[in-house]
Design a protein around this ligand. Sequence first.
Ligand code: F6P
Length: 344
Amino acid sequence: MKIKKIGILTGGGDCPGLNPAIRGAVYRALSEGIECVGILDGWKGMLEAKSVSLSLTDVEYIVNKGGTILGTSRTNPYKKEGGPDKCVETLNKLGLDALIAMGGEDTLGVATKLYKEKNFPVVGVPKTMDNDLSATDYTFGFDTAVTVAVDAAERLIDTGRSHRRIMVLEVMGRHAGWVALYTGIASAADWILIPEEEINIQNMCEHLKKVYERKKTALVIVSEGVILPGLKTEKEELDEFGHMILKKRGIGEQIAEVIEKNTGIETRVAVIGHIQRGGAPTLFDRILGLRVGVKAVELVLEGKFGYMVALKGNNVVPVPLEEATGKLKTVDSDWVNFMKIFFK
Ligand code: F6P
């Protein structure tokens, strides 16, 4: 079938690199004379048939822009009455031959189901600052988020050293510790807490006391998804995909309290939250975004629906969507052992 018109949507949490990916897809499509349409606000736009046309001038200068020009949402069509059928209706109504869905586990999970159940002509582009998507080495958004977090961590070291305090930095990452791990290793942190590892408060506090004797400061990076046994957790709200909304847990604050109580050393906490998701994409995220955007259109041209574009080594290759969405990619024991080398 000759492809004449494609739709592009961005779903789930935004992240730097989405605009480069949109740009890559539109440029590649235009080189084949394919018309591009942007679906607004993720799957919500497919349910409501909300779209805009995407021309060269719309995407010419977005390679350096954070966020997504198409808007996003955490809408799940499978949680709406007749949702999947509405997505098919919109595809037909807009005259789309294919849809490129850019998202993480949730957005691509919907794409996987639509492809399997409705033979929906969809190709996936992986994105998430959490870097927790299987079947790809990296997702764009991660490099920028960690770069921002490392900058924050280094600022905390300066003020912590001046005031002779322990500093705690809480970073995002949901149920995977990649953001905390990379931030901690790259900013010379003294302890890193990730959801994949059970917390040993006694070990951590003894280590921090030892470090403090030497440096009169210490830095702890904590991932928002860490569980502190026995300590207060507010009732967690769930999003439409059944994920906990972690923003109200205050794990950083709880960790800081525990550290201060157990070490007797004044401790402060900073939570950078959504700051990690904004701003210009780093060079890595720009290039990766452009590459996967271009490749997604090439998969459409080959009729490779039900696939996602993945980064494997330095190659951008197709992988079945199902492989990417079946299981989260979490931090393994090799990385944990590597991280511990730097706790001295
Ligand atoms: O999945 C990306 C992410 O930034 C997570 O790290 C974080 O837990 C979540 O999104 C925050 O979501 P929201 O923007 O809906 O508050």
